[in-house]
Ligand binder design. Structure first.
Ligand SMILES: O=C(CO)COP(=O)(O)O
Length: 124
């Protein structure tokens, strides 16, 4: 089964947790993968998740590789537009790879909600 990737910048982790709690029932039987610190927050909601490296250490790049290999059905990337990120090139690369491979990419909770409420299973 393809996976959903979850990533949140620090300033958006509270919104990410709120989103997961709201959608826990829909997400509980889906394979989830997350960058390292985000993954810890996901685990704290009770959802199972595969944790990769932390974003600044290459986690975004690992998620991008999975997108390029068509292992992901969608990506939830709750970006903080007000934050400065040392790994900004990786952030841009991940979004570019999603566009290259036509992977649905939500960069805020409102879009993520529309995706999770859609008939996304038809895509996987
Ligand atoms: O930096 C990130 C996304 O660019 C997220 O990484 P963490 O989940 O390790 O905080």
């Amino acid at each position: 089964m393809k996976k959903i990737a979850i990533i949140a910048h620090d300033g958006k982790k509270p919104e990410m947790v709120a989103f997961l709690m709201k959608n826990k029932e829909k997400l509980k039987d889906i394979d989830l993968v997350a960058t390292g610190t985000t993954g810890g927050y996901v685990q704290n909601t009770g959802l199972k998740v595969e944790k990769l490296l932390s974003g600044p250490l290459g986690g975004d790049a690992q998620i991008a590789a999975m997108a390029a290999e068509k292992k992901l059905v969608m990506v939830f990337f709750f970006r903080d537009p007000a934050g400065k990120h040392p790994h900004e090139p990786d952030v841009q690369m991940l979004m570019r790879i999603c566009d290259v491979h036509n992977i649905p990419l939500a960069t805020n909770p409102a879009t993520a909600q529309l995706l999770i409420d859609s008939n996304w299973q038809e895509l996987s």
